[in-house]
Unconditional design. Sequence first.
Length: 268
Amino acid sequence: MPASSANPDETGRPAASKRVAAYLRDAILGGYIKPGERLRQEDIAERLGASRLPVREALRMLEAEGLTELETNKGARVPLLGSRDVDLLYQMRERLEPLALIESIPNLHEADLHRLGQLQSRIEDWPGVAEFLVLDREFHLLSYSRCDMEPLFTAVTRLWNSTQYYRRLYMMLSGTGSLWIINAEHKLLLDALRRADRTNAELYLRVHIRRTRVELLRHPEIFQSDSPKAMASGLTDFTAEKPGMADRGLTCAERDLNRRARYLHHDR
């Protein structure tokens, strides 16, 4: 497995920086902080009860992952992409992910294939957009995880990070309407993986990614910053004095982010 998949504790990063990065990573990938939004170090430090140094280091870590960008004299923000940007990123995915997959296939374990089957079963049950995106991400990245070329796996993960928000909005628009074709493509891919058929697996994956790219471009409203379908912006005030009250009406994912923030706030 690539070194980028190793335990974060082995990277030598300060523990506080890794915890702040994990919290922000979940918030960005979960759609709670949206593209174009500024990430002010002082605000994050205050809300998480941390100093600015681990926050600064966390933002650098996330920049390397494609989740933030640092601008001179402006600070950090989540990258805001247009339709052309996303189209090019998906074209890169169409080329790089099949390569990562065929490098991974000979090294996949039976446990990996079993887990892939479990993930696909849960996807077929349609757990909702938020959980679908988590499961779908794990499904695909697990299938590439035995690629032993770290730069390739890292590049693929960065591309997933960069396009996650737009994939989320597309799934919110399409709902279960596109689920049948996603399941069909996943089943074809899973069958090829079980047979260690690199030729068919590469073909199925490329078609799978291309279809998503084409569908995304059919919805220009996704790339409008004032789209009514966009997620609510801003970091929630996760340091409320009454956590139980603050958690009312939130989804499970949002409550989990609250718990993470309160943990960071008190673990000084």
